[in-house]
Design a protein. Structure first.
Length: 109
């Protein structure tokens, strides 16, 4: 048995959870945030049999496309009279960060 932990963009989470649920996988969701943009993420936990790991990973990959977003960073703290016009920065968002852990013991009560 394996525990899959996937950190995904909040925009993609509904699609991933729906697709996993339709295939019979149980998912626990924890709201999180972080990264360069401090955007909202969801961390999904899904315990699966060893032979189902590839199926879950494929569903996550299909449901979490990467895309480009332009953001304007916050200007640095400056002295009076200085001018700094921040320029938009191209940032890739979406996708997923996935960890697969071995599970030695599982018990449903």
């Amino acid at each position: 048995m394996k525990m899959i932990m996937a950190i995904i963009n909040s925009e993609d989470s509904r699609n991933v959870i729906d697709r996993l649920s339709r295939r019979g996988f149980s998912v626990t969701v924890v709201n999180s945030s972080g990264g360069f943009l401090r955007v909202g993420n969801n961390t999904l936990f899904c315990g699966v049999a060893d032979e189902k790991v590839t199926e879950v990973l494929d569903l996550i990959r299909e449901s979490c496309p990467t895309r480009i977003q332009y953001v304007t960073p916050l200007p640095p703290v400056m002295e009076p009279g200085e001018v700094n016009i921040p320029r938009p920065v191209e940032k890739h968002v979406g996708g997923a960060t996935i960890f697969v852990y071995p599970v030695e013991h599982f018990e449903r009560i």
